[in-house]
Design a protein around this ligand. Structure first.
Ligand code: PBG
Ligand code: ZN
Length: 327
């Protein structure tokens, strides 16, 4: 008869749990939060992202109480300013919405949360692009100066880590330089290293009203057809001093998560983006898939591919499910 019977190790929840190769833990999860300067109080649902809201500075504090109970301590902050202009003035304003949120969280929660900020301009520009426009295109080097200013202002307001998501060439190097110069040499940079020009960002752009008013982002975000180029971006970001490298989106790019893991010693982050979230939510609402099982299955695929940390709108649900038995 057969000597090898893999089914021996699949016979009960306990043995399956014992031989499980990957485990999910709240400590590996990062939860994105939207803070809207236009809201005086309360929160507002985001139509295309069921279960996710835009927060006022007040409702943000309630949310954090909640997250604390779930053991979710790592946050990625996004801001919606009340004023947008061509040069993203509010991105680096001392009293910008993210800067205000950072100060508020710090004063109420001390260092109970690890605060990461998304550093980009698209939420702050009236044209919706990620940088300064010159001749109908985003000008790389003019945009770098803005990004560096924003990163430093986030650090000054209390950010633990900054995460540039713009895809300009050389941004990690200039952020590192300017952070160091301002005395923030201990502030790590999580680079959105391989960020693709993806239709999966659709719901997010509704959430923060950042859809480009003309053209698209293909002159700076990557072509979904290119994998070798992603490794080139990894090499550049590592050389420029990135502390963590990211692949974004997740599900359609798991090959690159794996390759990034093989080629770098720094931690690898995966961004399970808005469209990936909303597709699961929509199918689950229709009763077509089991939400809990599908989400956990996706998360295990992120782990198998080599993601050390997962940024996801599902983080709260996953944290809840982790409190239950993972049969
Ligand atoms: C800002 C930014 C985007 C996302 C994260 N930071 C949108 C974009 O580049 O258009 C996408 C996040 C998501 O879809 O969940 N540049
Ligand atoms: Zn942007």
């Amino acid at each position: 008869m057969f000597v090898q019977r893999p089914r021996r190790l699949r016979r009960s929840p306990l043995i399956r749990n014992l031989v499980r190769e990957h485990r999910l833990h709240q400590a590996d999860l990062i939860f994105p939060l939207f803070i809207d300067e236009n809201l005086a109080d309360g929160s507002e649902p985001i139509g295309a992202m069921p279960g996710i809201v835009r927060h006022s500075l007040n409702s943000l504090l309630w949310e954090l109480e909640n997250l604390q109970e779930l053991g979710l301590h790592n946050l990625l902050l996004f801001g919606l300013p009340s004023h947008k202009d061509a040069v993203a003035s509010q991105a680096h304003a001392e009293d910008g919405i993210v800067q205000q949120a950072l100060a508020k969280i710090r004063s109420h929660f001390g260092s109970a949360f690890y605060l990461i900020t998304d550093v980009c301009n698209c939420e702050y520009t009236d044209h919706g692009h990620c940088g300064i426009i010159v001749d109908q295109d985003v000008h790389n080097d003019k945009t770098l100066e803005l990004l560096a200013r924003t990163a430093v202002s986030h650090a000054q307001a209390g950010a633990d880590m900054v995460a540039p998501s713009d895809m300009m060439d050389g941004r990690v190097a200039i952020l590192r330089d300017e952070l160091d110069e301002a005395g923030f040499e201990q502030t790590p940079i999580m680079a959105y290293t391989s960020k693709f020009a993806s239709a999966y960002y659709g719901p997010f752009r509704e959430a923060v009203d950042s859809a480009p008013q003309f053209g698209d982002r293909r002159s700076y975000q990557m072509d979904p057809a290119n994998g070798r180029e992603a490794m080139r971006e990894v090499a550049l970001d590592l050389a420029e001093g990135a502390d963590i490298v990211m692949v974004k989106p997740g599900l359609a790019y798991l090959d690159l998560v794996w390759q990034t893991r093989q080629m770098s010693d720094v931690p690898v982050a995966l961004y399970n983006v808005s469209g990936e979230y909303s597709m699961v939510k929509a199918a689950a609402e229709k009763g077509w898939v089991n939400e809990r099982q599908v989400v956990l299955e996706n998360f295990y695929s992120f782990k198998r591919a080599g993601a050390d940390m997962i940024i996801s709108y599902h983080s709260k649900d996953v944290a809840l499910w982790l409190k239950e038995e993972l049969g």
